[in-house]
Design a protein around this ligand. Structure first.
Ligand code: C2E
Ligand code: MG
Ligand code: MG
Length: 756
């Protein structure tokens, strides 16, 4: 049991016990009746006993008190330690301002926050005030003043104090004002903590939040299960979805369907392996529009390394793509005419070159320069010039199909590229078409403007195998075209230019010839070698040229074939021949047949049978009296088709001959199956007869072959009696040649005797 009495109680107790002891012991001694000596002796002993007991009592009391104090001190020390530990672990420094003495206690931790030991720091108010940041001084003083004036018990403040190293630290202070009995402030005590780092963190959080809200890039955050937990305003602006519409849902809701599973698998693989993925991805907006974004994905892990979130930052790149596309278009097109510009033209030439290399094809590059365009610009102004250029661009663009690249190369220069020009002929056709296209006037501001052009042509791969070389060569051809009088074209190769120009002239003249009836048909007699009788005649076309006189077919048939005029020519000859045959019959000239040549071009084109049928009908000539000559090469080029056509003609009842036999490569098996009546041994094998042994052998072989196939054989180009005799001897039944008669107008035919 603890002895817990106040000092007053103890003293009173002592006085009572002592008084009782004196009273009781004295009374007892008196009652016992001792003598004086004995009484004095007992009195002394009684005094000693009292001193002894009270001494013990005092010792006991003091001992108890001391133990109590010790316990209290230990407890106090413990609690102080606990407080210090608690403050330390909370990183709090303690301050205690005794306002009466104006001394301040700063705890060790408090001083350490600012880089001092307590001894260095000081122990008065000045130690704190002098270290306050100048900007915070006024505010701190104001806070303190109001605290003291209003006697508000609690205090809270944030300010900066200078660290030992000169930096300032943000401190967060909380405290309490203690009042004395008179209600006057006596003590101000509290704690402070260093919140510099926290402030910096808060600052950066605030900044991050501002960035998050104000960035133009969409931000989307999902949790580990890919449920959307956060989006920013830009996300809403870009996708059209508000935060409420997407929170809790999965980003897969934006899938556009443009990417397959492999794409998403690769994305997740990268995200799981490396923690990040970035790339272009097509998503779908709320309104359904599919659009491209550039997206950076990042996996976020917590402090323990466990996956906690995914963050996606993306920007809408559709505008960039569009402008890239536009830029690309601008970089490759001429803004005035919207045609491809020089750059794109160069690329197209390069591609065409690669194609022709791989496919053994040929192409043509045409450089077009407008003639005297400068005059338009100078006299009518650049606006008019521009408008004219635009109209030219439009008209040319309409005129040339998709197989041709048309470009404006700058100023008044245009380019034309065709990667399908098997022959120079086609390139010159293109050039003519272009010149023709410009012939009609252009209406600019209700004013007709005429403009011509000069064209330079280079062919590839013949004239160069690089873009530069082709352009350079076309340019030098253009220079030549300009210097040869403009409104014309030139090939890079001079020969090509001459030939092409002649052909072009010939073609247009031939067209005229057809219209103006300049063609003639001459007839060459065909004789039986045995009897010498004239059995028939071959119709051979001639051109009665106004300046050049009679032009032989060898000079214009190829042009007619290339330009397509051959159809009209052959048809005309056929009509003439049939009509002439009828006239001869009427005049009593009894010929077995009239032979007409059919061009290989026409031969393979079909509808020939219809035409022949019509002419026969119109003329009234019996089909057996018409013989059609088809060259051996035309037949053997495509034997299947030839056989079909010949069958059709055969069904009409006309006779069929294979012309120029021996110059092609006939397959005997094929020959056997064709419905032909006659082989015409080419004149090149007749020329050396009878001396030339090879010619003789060939002639003999052809005659034998004809006989064995049941065909008649006719020898062309017989010029001498010996040739005729030789051929007759080897069994050739028919002959044709100058010895019998030259091709001549119909009216001369009757009176031609064999020359001899
Ligand atoms: P072809 O059908 O083989 O005609 C025979 C050619 O040999 C004719 O030449 C004729 O004048 C020539 N000739 C005839 N006898 C002799 C001779 O003894 N010596 C020499 N050196 N030549 C002789 P032409 O009239 O110049 O005709 C050439 C070719 O033009 C013809 O060869 C034929 O393939 C073609 N041709 C002529 N007229 C027509 C036609 O109306 N239509 C078509 N498609 N082709 C025609
Ligand atoms: Mg012929
Ligand atoms: Mg012939």
């Amino acid at each position: 049991m603890k002895f817990q009495r106040s000092p007053l109680q103890l003293t009173l107790l002592y006085l009572i016990v002592a008084s009782l002891w004196i009273l009781c012991s004295d009374t007892l001694l008196l009652r016992l009746g001792f003598d004086r000596v004995a009484l004095a002796h007992y009195q002394t002993m009684k005094g000693f006993i009292f001193v002894l007991f009270s001494g013990f009592a005092l010792f006991y009391a003091l001992n108890q008190h001391h133990a109590e104090q010790l316990r209290a001190r230990v407890a106090l020390k413990r609690s102080e330690e606990r407080l210090i530990l608690a403050l330390d672990s909370a990183q709090e420094g303690l301050w205690d301002w005794d306002m009466k003495s104006d001394r301040v206690y700063y705890s060790r931790r408090y001083c350490e926050i600012l880089g001092y030991t307590p001894e260095e720091f000081g122990d008065d108010r000045e130690a704190w005030v002098s270290r306050l940041h100048p900007e915070d001084r006024e505010l701190a003083a104001e806070r303190l003043r109001t605290l003291i004036e209003e006697r508000s018990p609690y205090y809270e403040s944030i300010f900066r104090l200078r660290h030992h190293n000169g930096d300032y630290r943000w401190l967060y202070a909380r405290g309490q004002l203690l009042l004395d009995e008179a209600g006057e402030p006596s003590r101000f005590i509290g704690t402070s903590s260093d919140i510099t780092q926290r402030r910096a963190d808060e600052d950066s959080l605030r900044q991050a939040a501002a960035v998050f809200d104000s960035t133009l890039e969409g931000v989307l955050v999902t949790d580990r299960e890919q449920r959307i937990v956060h989006v920013n305003p830009a996300f809403t602006r870009i996708t059209g979805y508000t935060a409420e519409e997407v929170l809790g849902r999965q980003p897969s809701m934006f899938k556009s369907g443009r990417h397959d599973d492999t794409f998403y698998r690769a994305l997740w693989h990268a995200l799981n392996e490396r923690g990040t993925w970035s790339g272009e991805i097509w998503n779908r907006r709320k309104d359904g529009e599919v659009f491209p974004i550039w997206q950076c994905l990042r996996a976020v892990r917590d402090e323990n390394g466990h996956l906690s979130h995914y963050v996606a930052v993306f920007s809408d790149v559709s505008a960039i793509k569009r402008s890239q596309h536009e830029l690309d278009y601008l970089a490759h097109h001429d803004p005035l005419t919207t045609l491809p510009n020089r750059l794109l033209f160069g690329e197209r030439i390069e591609q065409a070159l690669q194609r022709v290399r791989g496919e053994q094809r040929r192409g043509a590059l045409l450089l077009v320069d407008l003639d005297h365009f400068k005059i338009v610009n100078e006299s009518l102004g650049h606006n008019t010039g521009d408008r004219l250029l635009r109209l030219i661009g439009e008209r040319l663009n309409d005129a040339f199909g998709p197989g041709v690249t048309l470009a404006r190369l700058g100023g008044d220069e245009f380019g034309l590229l065709s990667s399908d020009c098997a022959q120079a002929e086609q390139a010159s056709q293109l050039a003519l078409q272009l010149l023709d296209c410009l012939r009609e006037p252009f209406m600019v501001d209700d004013q007709p403007l005429f403009i011509g052009a000069s064209i330079g042509i280079s062919l590839f791969p013949d004239d160069g195998d690089s873009v530069e070389q082709l352009l350079r060569n076309a340019d030098s051809a253009l220079f030549r075209a300009k210097s040869s009088g403009r409104q014309t074209f030139s090939f890079y190769s001079q020969d090509m230019t001459t030939v092409a120009r002649q052909r072009v002239r010939l073609e247009s003249e031939l067209r005229q010839a057809l219209e103006q009836d300049q063609l003639r048909v001459h007839y060459q007699p065909i004789h039986a070698l045995e009897s010498g009788a004239m059995l028939g005649a071959e119709a051979l076309v001639r051109w009665q040229h106004p300046e050049r006189g009679l032009v032989p077919p060898g000079e214009f048939i190829p042009v007619a074939e290339d330009s397509g005029l051959i159809g009209a020519i052959d048809a005309w000859v056929l009509e003439q021949a049939c009509a002439q045959m009828r006239r001869w019959q009427a005049d009593g000239l009894a010929l077995e047949f009239v032979a007409v040549n059919v061009s290989s071009r026409l031969f393979s084109r079909g509808e020939l049978d219809l035409r022949v049928e019509r002419v026969l009908r119109d003329s009234g000539l019996s089909p057996q009296q018409l013989e059609l000559e088809v060259t051996e090469s035309a037949v053997m080029d495509d034997p299947e088709r030839a056989s079909e056509l010949l069958d059709q003609l055969h069904r009409l009842g006309v006779r069929l001959a294979i012309d120029d036999f021996g110059t092609g490569y006939s397959s005997l098996a094929r020959l056997k199956s064709l419905p032909v009546h006659k082989l015409k041994l080419d004149q090149s094998f007749v020329r050396g007869l009878p001396q030339d042994r090879e010619d003789a052998a060939i002639a003999r072989a052809v005659v034998t072959l004809g006989h064995s196939l049941g065909l008649r054989v006719l020898a062309e180009g017989i010029e001498t009696a010996e040739q005729a005799a030789f051929l007759r001897e080897i069994g050739c039944s028919l002959g044709q040649g100058y010895w019998f008669g030259r091709p001549q107008p119909a009216e001369h035919l009757r009176s031609t005797p064999p020359q001899g």
